[in-house]
Design a protein around this ligand. Structure first.
Ligand code: OGA
Ligand code: MN
Length: 370
C-alpha cells in the first residue's frame, strides 16, 4: 500500500513520486483519489459562481452550464478546486485539435526549436500526418515530430533556464484559450483573469513531470488553471515542503484543476500516465461528436474527420495538459531590472559545459524522463 511506503518525513514527495512511477510491477492505485466517483472523506463538493450571463457564455467555449459542474475541494488544500470534466459532449475535440495542430505552430515556441531550425519545425502537424497516415504497413518508421513534441509555450514564453518570463519574448496569447480560461476563472471566483502565459505538456505513455512549484509568475494572487485531455495521469499535490506527504489523484480527459490562494504555490508532479486497461483506447468522452452545429459566435468549432483521425491516433497513447497563467497583476509591468539582469546572467554562463547543460534542460522543459 502506498501509505505504508511513505511516512511524513524526509522527502516524502520523492518517495511517493517513485512509487507511482514504477512500471514493473505496476503500482497499486487504490489510494489515488478518483473525482469521477468521489467517495472519500477528504473530498467535499464546492459551490461555484453562476449567473444567467455566464451560463450563456460558457456554452460558447464548449462548457456545460456552471450550475451543472461537479466541482470539488480537498480538505487541507484551501484554494484547490477540481472540476470533473465540465466540457459538453463533443467539445473536447476542438481543444485537442488546438493543442496538437494549432498551438505548436510558429510563433509559439516548442522543445523541438531547441535543436532544430525554424524551417524544420515550421509545420509539425503537416510533416507528421503524411507519416501517420502511412503507418501500420509493417515498416519501422522514425518517430514523427508530433510524437517528439514535449512542450509548447504561449504568450510570455517561459525560459526554462532562467525560470522567468520576459517582456522581450512575447507572442499574442490565443484568444479562444484566453476566453475559456477567463470563464473558468470567473466561475471559480476570479473575475478579470488575464491569461498571459501558457505551457502545454505532451505526455507519451512513459512520460512523467518532475516535482516543482510554479512560482515564476509575478502575481501569485491569480489562480493557475490546468486542463487535461487524453490518457489519464496520476497527479500528486503536496505541500509547501517536500517533506509533506502528497495526495494522489487521477486526472482524466476533460478535467480542470484550479490552484489558487494557499494552494497556488504547492509542490506538485505527474509521476505517470496510467496504462489504459484495454490497451490503446480513447477515453469515451473524447469519441463523442458535437450534439449541435456550432454557431458563428461560438468559440469552439467542429473538427473535421480528417483532423480528428490524427488527434485520436495520437491520444490513444498520449496525454496533453495545458496550464494557463496570469503573469502580472493588473496594471503591473515587468521590473525594469529584469532585462539587464538576464543579459548579464547569460554572459556569465557562456562556458561550454554550462551551455551543454542549458541545452539539455531547455529541451526537456520541467525535469522529466522522456
Ligand atoms: C505544469 C504542470 C501538470 C500536468 O505544467 O506546470 O504542473 O497535469 N502540469 O501536466
Ligand atoms: Mn506545475
Amino acid at each position: 500500500m502506498a501509505a505504508s511506503i511513505v511516512e511524513h518525513g524526509e522527502d516524502a514527495f520523492r518517495k511517493l513520486f517513485k512509487f507511482y512511477k514504477r512500471r514493473n510491477p505496476p503500482p497499486d492505485y487504490s489510494e489515488v483519489l478518483n473525482f469521477s466517483k468521489p467517495c472519500n472523506d477528504k473530498v467535499f463538493a464546492c459551490e461555484l459562481n453562476s449567473t444567467p450571463k455566464s451560463e450563456e457564455d460558457v456554452s460558447k467555449a464548449g462548457l456545460r452550464p456552471v450550475k451543472d459542474w461537479r466541482a470539488f475541494g480537498l480538505h487541507g488544500y484551501p484554494g484547490f478546486i477540481f472540476i470533473s470534466n465540465p466540457f459538453l459532449p463533443g467539445s473536447q475535440q476542438y481543444w485537442v485539435k488546438q493543442c496538437l495542430k494549432i498551438y505548436p505552430q510558429k510563433p509559439n515556441v516548442c522543445n523541438l526549436d531547441m535543436h532544430m531550425s525554424s524551417v524544420e519545425t515550421e509545420n509539425i502537424w503537416g510533416k507528421s500526418i503524411d507519416v501517420i497516415r502511412g503507418k501500420g504497413c509493417g515498416k519501422r518508421e522514425p518517430k514523427t515530430l508530433l510524437e517528439k513534441l514535449r512542450w509548447v509555450t504561449l504568450g510570455y514564453h517561459y525560459d526554462w533556464n532562467s525560470k522567468t518570463y520576459s517582456p522581450d519574448h512575447y507572442t499574442p496569447f490565443p484568444k479562444e484559450l484566453h476566453s475559456l480560461s477567463h470563464k473558468v476563472a470567473a466561475a471559480c471566483g476570479f473575475p478579470g483573469f488575464n491569461a498571459e502565459a501558457g505551457i502545454l505538456n505532451y505526455y507519451r505513455a512513459d512520460s512523467s513531470l518532475g516535482i516543482h512549484v510554479d512560482e515564476s509568475e509575478l502575481d501569485h494572487t491569480r489562480p493557475l488553471l490546468s486542463f487535461s485531455f487524453g490518457q489519464t495521469a496520476v497527479f500528486l499535490l503536496g505541500g509547501t515542503n517536500r517533506e509533506d506527504r502528497p495526495t494522489a489523484m487521477f486526472m482524466n480527459s476533460g478535467d480542470v484543476m484550479v490552484m489558487s490562494g494557499p494552494s497556488r504555490l504547492l509542490y506538485h508532479a505527474v509521476p505517470c500516465i496510467v496504462p489504459a486497461p484495454a490497451g490503446n483506447v480513447l477515453p469515451p468522452c473524447l469519441g463523442q461528436r458535437l450534439e449541435t452545429e456550432a454557431q458563428d459566435d461560438d468559440i469552439i468549432q467542429r473538427v473535421s474527420e480528417e483532423d480528428w483521425d490524427v488527434c485520436s491516433w495520437y491520444l490513444q497513447t498520449s496525454r496533453v495538459n495545458v496550464t494557463v497563467r496570469q503573469v502580472l497583476a493588473s496594471g503591473q509591468t515587468f521590473p525594469s531590472s529584469q532585462a539587464s539582469h538576464l543579459s548579464t546572467d547569460s554572459c556569465e554562463k557562456s562556458e561550454e559545459g554550462t551551455q551543454k547543460n542549458k541545452k539539455r534542460k531547455s529541451e526537456s522543459g520541467y525535469e522529466r524522463d522522456t
